[in-house]
Design a protein around this ligand. Structure first.
Ligand code: XMP
Length: 521
């Protein structure tokens, strides 16, 4: 049983960030709704109370019963968490003036307090609240202040309970990680949650759970399914069968790269089935131009192909799903049910495969932990750090009808584009030691359905136009077109026109999201 920290979620946007910071400090933690402190608290070393969109005095504010927590475990209240502790102990919380948003600096620090060890006056913090504590209960002692906020941090005397009205979990709180680490030390955490340790414990759990059972996994070549495959291979070897469907809509060489890693000549002990279904897909997609119809065909065909392969294997005990932690965290805002996302690329599969149970080996991991586990398992970096790639693949990057010729064009153009952007990023890093500000979070080429007249040598051409897309985004919900240096774009343009037959024009897409989307269909 791993030691763990419990984060009570009062619905803040940054609750998951608290979890990630704690995990980055090698401490395992679980985020639970504010009113669901686990009955079985084995291994719990401390508790963090998150922020909230509510005010503590709101009629519908989330109220937790802390009687089983305070005094038993070290407690750290963050923002609303701190105000809730103060308010429910007889303090006063009132609407604050607007100065309590954004950056501030600590102008007073009680250096003798364990929570603030190593943090000095001037340290930048990040505030984001509409309320402020105006009166602290008697035994609550101020241990840090800013010019505007007296009770920026407090300690409850005689108790291992602290509150901070700022957000140590956000990047702008420069000593935030130090503060969280101090709290973990107060909790007496061993901090032994490392990629190697979570692989070891997950593999041990999987072995125990699976015994001699057979497991089937839809391998897409994406990070999640690859890491799940690596973990299961380590736990049960050939009891695992990975089915990799090459739908002919992957990026250039990608099918072979996946096979190199997971196929019979790769390093993993598992059964690998590659289905080369290119022709099947192109056949189904022939003459189809409507984006949603294309998506539907690609999704359904995946299920058909997978179903056929699964039938050949016969009944299996478990079907793997690549659910990760952010998909299963129950928000404090939400109702009773956990939000479980069906794996994007295998949506609908459970209805068609003969299996007894679903297994989710990544359900405790944040995305960055999945990547770390991948590296630890020996999955190559290009796979672990690959950019997001949609399930329908190039099918939604080819506007209009999909066919083998168009796939070749978009694959080749995309390959050149990624190659040149990667080289430019690497050169910038070599010179400046950091990534450039324009470093895109997703970048790819798409094939417009437009043909236009050009001239090459002495000949007129009538060929396709390729569109280059690159976006800067944090959450892929909104995005800006990335400012790739013009010289890089020119090199890409010239290489694509010279090297990719069938293309005589290259566009750069400047559209933000919204109103555009990142993909073209
Ligand atoms: P859009 O085009 O909606 O894309 O701005 C946002 C992000 O989602 C990815 N995306 C998909 N991923 N199946 C997926 O697995 C899909 O059908 C799909 N459509 C879009 C897209 O690549 C981007 O990262």
């Amino acid at each position: 049983m791993h030691e763990k920290l419990i984060i009570l979620d009062f619905g803040s946007q940054t609750t998951q960030l608290i979890g990630r910071r704690v995990r980055e400090l090698n401490m395992y933690c679980e985020i639970v709704p504010y009113n669901k402190f686990p009955h079985d608290a084995t291994g719990v070393k401390g508790v963090i109370l998150s922020g909230s969109p509510y005010s503590v005095y709101d009629a519908n504010a989330f109220k937790a019963d802390l009687s089983e927590i305070r005094g038993k475990y070290p407690v750290l209240g963050i923002c609303y968490g701190a105000q809730f502790l103060a308010y429910t102990s007889g303090g006063n919380v009132e609407p604050a003036d607007s100065r309590e948003y954004g950056r501030a600096n600590l102008s007073y620090i009680d250096n003798t307090d364990e929570l603030l060890k190593g943090i000095n006056v001037g340290s930048q913090i990040w505030m984001s609240h509409g309320d402020t504590i105006t009166v602290l209960p008697e035994n609550f002692k101020v241990i840090a202040s800013t010019d505007d906020v007296k009770a920026a941090a407090y300690h409850v005397e005689g108790e291992q309970t602290w509150g901070v009205q700022f957000h140590p979990e956000v990047f702008h709180s420069t000593d935030g990680t130090k503060l969280l680490n101090n709290f973990l030390n107060i909790c007496g955490c061993a901090k032994d949650w490392t990629p190697a340790s979570f692989i070891e414990s997950t593999v041990a759990e999987l072995k125990e759970q699976l015994g001699d059972d057979k497991v089937i996994l839809a391998l897409s070549g994406g990070v999640d399914s690859s890491v799940a495959a690596g973990l299961l291979s380590r736990a049960i070897g050939k009891q695992l069968t990975c089915v990799f469907v090459d739908h002919g809509l992957l990026r250039k060489n990608e099918g072979d790269e996946v096979e190199e890693v997971f196929g019979p000549n790769g390093q993993f002990d598992l059964n690998f089935i590659r289905v080369n279904a290119q022709e099947r897909y192109y056949g189904k997609l022939a003459g189809v131009t409507e984006p949603e119809k294309k998506r539907k065909i690609i999704g359904e065909e995946f299920i058909r192909v997978f179903e056929e392969e699964a039938k050949k294997i016969g009944a299996v005990d478990f079907l793997v799903q690549g659910t990760i932690y952010p998909d299963v965290v129950e928000s404090g805002l939400g109702g009773e049910s956990a939000v479980i996302k069906s794996h994007h690329n295998v949506g609908g599969l459970p209805d068609y495969v003969d299996f007894k149970e679903i297994i989710e080996p990544l359900r405790n991991l944040f995305k960055d932990e999945v990547r770390k586990a991948g590296l630890e398992l020996g999955i190559p970096e290009n796979l672990v750090f690959r950019q997001p790639f949609p399930g329908p693949g190039l099918g939604i990057r080819i506007i209009g009808e999909v066919n083998a010729e168009k796939v070749r064009i978009v694959q080749d153009a995309d390959y050149i584009y990624r190659d040149e952007v990667d080289k430019a990023v690497a050169a910038y890093k070599a010179e400046h030691g950091t990534a450039p500000s324009w470093m895109p979070n997703q970048y790819f080429a798409a094939l417009t359905n437009m043909r236009s007249v050009g001239v090459m040598g002495d000949e007129r051409t009538y060929d396709y136009a390729v569109a280059l897309r690159a976006v800067n985004t944090v959450d892929f919900m909104t995005a800006e077109s990335a400012e790739i240096p013009f010289a890089v774009l020119q090199t890409v343009m010239s290489r694509i026109i010279n090297e990719v037959r069938g293309v005589n024009r290259v566009f750069y897409d400047l559209t933000s999201k919204p109103p555009g989307t990142i993909e073209f269909e």
